[in-house]
Write a protein that binds this ligand. Structure first.
Ligand code: 5GP
Length: 222
C-alpha cells in the first residue's frame, strides 16, 4: 500500500469546492456605486457583474449585453411571467430585472456575482437566497457631494437629475436592511473595504462546501 500522503490531495494546493456568493451593492444614484463595482470586477478574477435586463434606453457609452440587456416592455413582461427573472422592480419609470439562470449557474460553479441593484431587488434576492446574499450599502459622505455627482455626470436631462435627487433620500432610508455600509469618501479606500468584505465572506465555513473532504485529506496525511 502506498503511504497515505501519496494518495491524498496536497492540502496546500488542492482547491476547496465552494458555492458562489451574491454581492449586492445598492446606493442612491451618484454615490459612486458603479465606479466601485467596476473596480472590484477589474481587480478580482472570481467575481463578475450580473447583467440585468432593462426597458430603459441605452445611454451614450453603454453596450448591450455588457451594461444591460436592453429589451422592450413586452419582452420584459414575457420573461417576468415565464419566471425567468430572479427579481425585478420598477425604477424611474422603467423596469429592471435579474435573469435567473446565470445566477444559479454561477453559484453552482463557485463563481461570485456582483449586483448593482436597488433596495427592492436586494429584498427579493434576500427572500429567495438568504444564505447566498451579502448586502452592501454605499453612502455618499454628504448631500452636497451626492448632488454634485448627479449634476456633473451629464448623462441625464435636468428633469431626470431632479427626480433622482428626490429619490435619493427615500433610497438612503433603506440602509438598515444591509449587512455592511461603506461611506464612499475616497474610492480607493472604499474599494479596499469592499474587497475585504468579499474576502471575509468567501471564507465563511458554509460557503466552503469542500471543507469536509479537505480536512479529511489533511487528517489522512497525519
Ligand atoms: P440606471 O438606470 O442608472 O442604470 O439604474 C437605475 C437604478 O436601477 C439603480 O439604482 C440600479 O441599481 C437599479 N437596477 C439596475 N438593475 C437592476 C435590477 O436588475 N433589479 C433591480 N431591482 N434594480 C436594478
Amino acid at each position: 500500500m502506498p503511504p497515505k500522503s501519496a494518495a491524498s490531495p496536497n492540502p496546500r494546493t488542492a482547491a476547496i469546492e465552494r458555492r458562489g456568493l451574491l454581492l449586492v451593492l445598492s446606493s442612491p444614484s451618484g454615490a459612486g456605486k458603479t465606479t466601485l463595482a467596476h473596480k472590484l470586477v477589474a481587480s478580482d478574477r472570481n467575481i463578475a457583474m450580473s447583467v440585468s435586463v432593462t426597458t430603459r434606453h441605452m445611454r451614450a457609452g453603454e453596450q448591450d449585453g455588457r451594461d444591460y440587456h436592453f429589451i422592450s416592455d413586452p419582452e420584459f413582461a414575457r420573461r417576468r411571467d415565464a419566471g425567468d427573472l430572479l427579481e425585478w422592480a420598477a425604477v424611474f419609470d422603467h423596469h429592471y430585472g435579474t435573469p435567473r439562470k446565470p445566477v444559479t449557474d454561477a453559484m453552482v460553479a463557485g463563481r461570485d456575482l456582483l449586483f448593482d441593484i436597488d433596495w427592492q431587488g436586494a429584498q427579493q434576492l434576500n427572500e429567495q437566497l438568504p444564505h447566498d446574499i451579502v448586502r452592501v450599502f454605499i453612502l455618499p459622505p454628504d448631500g452636497k457631494t451626492l448632488e454634485g455627482r448627479l449634476t456633473t455626470r451629464a448623462l441625464d436631462t435636468p428633469e431626470v437629475v431632479a427626480k433622482r435627487m428626490q429619490k435619493a433620500s427615500s433610497e438612503i432610508s433603506h440602509w438598515p436592511e444591509y449587512d455592511y455600509v461603506i461611506v464612499n469618501r475616497d474610492v480607493e479606500e472604499s474599494h479596499a473595504n469592499l474587497s475585504a468584505i468579499l474576502t471575509a465572506e468567501r471564507l465563511k465555513r458554509r460557503r466552503q462546501l469542500g471543507l469536509t473532504n479537505f480536512v479529511r485529506g489533511i487528517l489522512d496525511t497525519l
